[in-house]
Write a protein that binds this ligand. Structure first.
Ligand code: ADP
Ligand code: MG
Length: 477
């Protein structure tokens, strides 16, 4: 392909503080409009913002986790623009000196691990929301969201495909949730992404003109929106045209992007330090404590899963992609008597597919880690075969009880008594003389057919290996 794709992402992560970044109003989602906006949030004259320390410490926590520089003194600035959902006429953000500078994130790509550089992460307040649907011919303004703390995380233009962009987003999503600084709820807008994208000829040193895609609130849409935009840009350039630097909106219903505003119409924000707020200071003692309290990070967890649990990289990536999955797995392993690989198989296979099909979250799985662990134990101790285990799993899913209860109530225990199997094997040999003769004549492959017949006769409850051994003994010795 002639074209190299260049992508840089700006992510807004809503910080999980109880109160707003510069006021004491609640940040809880879903309240009646304007019931959670105080005098500071609605921009009444004469009130003063007071910095929420918790938000600053969360930003620093993020910085430590990505190996960034935490600026010990950072500055809040006013970003001036007019919009109905911004009654003050400016948004408080950080500009020249953000709280976090630099840092990196490792992503998993089909070609291996890749490092994406983070430019900066800065604190800012969210704006309110315009409501267009409820009122005919009018727009309503809900200021509940005004003043909600956001951490804007800006990446370098280091991604080279939509898949890499999604990989980066997933990694960041998992990280902020592990750090417990953002709940990651994309439907509620707690984790939103603007994607900047350009193309250039392979080997070119300078970057092409970029467009910015807004309004993408799911991993799937990010990938789709980027693909569309790449195709559009290539078509424009190959037609002899130029890319205009502009903001485009992704419309998931029509599955296309359209222009929102061009850079010529872009605002001059006239940033200047906010005189109402002192510089944000983070002390060495704060950092020490944050370092001590840092949880195990996704990369470390991934490495530990691969080495301690003897898992393949892809398997471990799946299991560590969400905190809930990793917790589920580690609980199930304990309950399975320490068996790691079979447990991983069952989670990544059967459990995932049932959860996906019914759109159920891991934390709401009707099959608990304890139940899955016991199921794995019953496979290992040969009480049931892997095939019967699927039946047991389905019964557990449908609320028929634990693995042991299902095995007992449905009479699924594997026949381990070899004299009972010997009897069935003799019957099968008698019923299929031709096939038995072929095996005696050296066509060992045919044995599979007889094993199948014995399994059928025992409703799948015989151990296939034992059946195989007994058949060979009876036919070949
Ligand atoms: P702005 O201040 O206008 O938002 P920035 O320089 O801060 O612009 O860049 C915003 C984002 O755009 C960053 O994530 C950056 O990596 C990305 N970016 C910048 N230039 C390009 C480009 N030519 N192609 C793709 N992404 C780009
Ligand atoms: Mg920007």
């Amino acid at each position: 392909m002639t074209w190299e794709i260049v992508i840089g992402l700006e992510v807004h992560a809503q910080l999980m503080t109880h109160s707003k970044i510069f006021s004491g109003a609640s940040t809880a989602y879903g309240a009646q409009p304007n019931t959670q906006a105080c005098a500071v949030d609605v921009g009444l004259p004469g009130v003063l913002p007071v910095m929420n320390r918790e938000a600053a410490l969360m930003a620093a926590r993020f910085g430590l986790a990505v190996g960034a520089t935490i600026n010990r003194v950072s500055v809040f600035a006013r970003k001036n623009y007019f919009y109905p959902d911004l009654p003050k006429g400016y948004q408080i953000s950080q500009f020249e000196i953000p709280v976090v500078s630099g840092g990196t994130l490792e992503i998993h790509t089909p070609e291996g691990e890749k490092t994406i550089r983070i430019t900066r992460a800065h604190l800012e307040e969210d704006a309110g929301k315009s409501l267009h649907e409820q009122f005919r011919g009018m727009t309503g303004i809900d200021l509940n969201r005004a003043g909600t703390p956001l951490l804007e995380i800006v990446s370098e233009p280091d991604m080279r495909s939509p898949a890499e962009a999604v990989s980066y987003l997933r990694k960041l999503h998992s990280l902020v949730r592990t750090l417990e600084i953002c709940d990651g709820n994309m439907q509620e807008g707690s984790f939103r992404c603007d994607a900047n994208i350009s193309i250039r000829r392979h080997g070119d040193k300078t970057l092409g003109t970029r467009t910015e895609l807004k309004n993408i609130n799911s991993f799937r849409f990010v990938e789709r929106a980027l693909h569309h935009e790449i195709e559009r840009q290539i078509a424009v350039v190959e037609d002899g045209g130029d890319i205009i630097q502009e903001t485009r909106l992704y419309d998931p219903e029509r599955d296309q992007t359209r222009s929102m505003r061009s850079k010529e119409e872009a605002h001059d924000y006239r940033y200047f330090p906010d005189p109402d707020l002192p510089p944000l200071v983070i002390s060495e003692a704060d950092l020490e404590q944050l370092r001590r309290e840092l949880p195990e990070l996704p990369d470390a967890q991934l490495a530990r899963f691969i080495s301690d649990y003897d898992l393949g990289a892809d398997e471990a990536v799946q299991l560590t992609s969400q905190k809930e999955i990793a917790d589920y797995y580690e609980n199930a392993v304990t309950k399975a008597g320490g068996e790691t690989r079979l447990t991983a198989n069952w989670i990544n296979g059967e459990l995932m597919s049932w959860l996906n099909r019914s759109n159920t979250a891991f934390t709401d799985s009707p099959v608990s880690p304890t139940m899955l662990g016991q199921l794995v134990q019953r496979i290992l101790d040969k009480t049931i075969s892997g095939k019967i285990a699927k039946e047991v799993f389905q019964a557990m899913w449908n609320g028929e009880g634990s693995a042991d209860e299902v095995i007992a109530s449905r009479g699924l225990t594997q026949i381990t008594d070899s004299s009972a199997i010997e009897q069935v094997v003799s019957d099968v040999i008698a019923r299929f003389p031709d096939q038995s003769e072929q095996i005696r004549a050296g066509q060992e492959k045919v044995i599979g057919f007889l094993v199948g017949q014995v399994m059928k006769a025992t409703s799948g409850k015989a151990n296939p290996q034992t059946v195989n051994d007994i058949l060979k003994k009876q036919l070949l010795s």
